[in-house]
Write a protein that binds this ligand. Structure first.
Ligand code: GAL
Length: 342
């Protein structure tokens, strides 16, 4: 009996020790709040602004998130990174202004041993290999182009009236994002190639760079309409904001809806989805900002605690120990309900 009592007491003591240990651990954890710093290339970019705001909304009592806007200046971003390091951020998330120029960011972070998660603007492979605490979260640019091409092909096949001049070919124009951005050139090429593969005869009238921007796209689209008028049967845009700029151009020129070409975008921003719902845009490709923000938050928390990206391998496909890419999805009026208000 005595022996049983002693064993029970010992077990009780052990349990108390474990429980008090856990309490202490969580006390320590709350003392050492995780600090995540973010520098965005331009908070006025519609998609990017929504992505970063979403990320910031994950801030909670254990995690502090500080956001900086680099306002399209790499120099400004470099100083923001230095400031974040001085302020003791555990991890920094960088949406590079110039994706070919991450040297100052990498050097500063490496010197201070602060991991960096790059996002949305993909640095070149050679750069990410420069230190083992550099990561990238984004999406596969080619996949978005293929999906946009599939949507465009589907629009041409299901609506023969798109070929207004009946020449058996679809005359189209392209609105492109920034020169040198992975989501510009790759999306354009992939969407055009996909249309061809699906048997659509196409005829490119022109292309213009509008830097992801709605107002710039309106100016460029107005020029296209002046130059080619009714000949334009399709507008392929590298993102929703520029597709909306084309819509603005048609509306400002008071061209009736039944005379518009098919207009397609990529992103599924709130305004983009609205345009699909209102039947102004034929479709868009959803750029999963919720998935990207969540993956970035989870990875930042793991890295802040000294963990490894492998801890997320149950949930995400991790490429080369460094990359997490979230899949795109096609959006048309028939499935839009799944995307609005995500
Ligand atoms: C793209 C997005 C664009 C723009 C750009 C900024 O992925 O489709 O709308 O936000 O990123 O880097």
């Amino acid at each position: 009996m005595k022996k049983v009592l002693v064993t029970l007491l010992t077990a009780l003591c052990l349990l108390t020790t474990i429980l008090s240990g856990c309490g202490k651990q969580s006390e320590n954890k709350s003392e050492s709040k995780i600090k995540i710093g973010v520098s965005a290339y331009d908070m006025y970019d519609t998609f990017l602004g929504q992505l970063v705001e979403l990320f910031q909304s994950f801030q909670n009592e254990d995690v502090e998130i500080v956001v900086y806007n680099a306002a399209q200046s790499q120099q400004t971003q470099n100083s923001q990174v230095r400031k974040m390091i001085e302020d003791g951020m555990d991890v920094i998330c960088v949406n590079l202004v110039d994706r070919t120029d991450p040297t100052a960011v990498i050097d500063a972070a490496r010197k201070a041993d602060v991991p960096v998660i790059f996002f949305n603007r993909e640095l070149v492979e050679g750069d990410i290999g420069r230190w083992d605490k550099l990561f990238y979260i984004g999406a596969d640019a080619e996949q978005s182009g293929v999906m946009e091409g599939e949507l465009a092909a589907w629009a041409c096949i299901t609506n023969k009236e798109l070929d207004r001049n009946g020449d058996g070919m679809i005359q189209f124009v392209v609105l492109e994002g920034e020169a040198g951005h992975q989501d510009a050139i790759v999306r354009t090429e992939a969407s055009i190639n996909t249309m061809k593969k699906q048997g659509i005869e196409i005829d490119k009238l022109g292309y213009a760079i509008a830097n992801w921007n709605r107002a710039q796209a309106q100016t460029k689209a107005t020029q296209f309409i002046e130059d080619y008028g009714d000949d334009i049967e399709l507008v392929l845009s590298n993102n929703d904001d520029m597709a909306l700029g084309a819509i603005d151009a048609y509306e400002a020129m008071a061209i009736p809806r039944n005379k518009w070409p098919a207009i397609l975008g990529i992103d599924g921003t709130d305004v983009g989805l609205e345009a699909v719902k209102d039947d102004k845009m034929v479709g868009t490709v959803y750029n999963d900002k919720e998935g990207q923000a969540t993956a970035m938050f989870e990875l930042a928390c793991v890295l802040a605690k000294g963990g490894s990206i492998d801890e997320l391998s149950d949930k995400y496909t991790i490429e080369n120990e460094r990359y997490i890419r979230l899949p795109y999805a096609k959006v048309t009026s028939s499935n839009i309900i799944q995307f609005i208000g995500r």
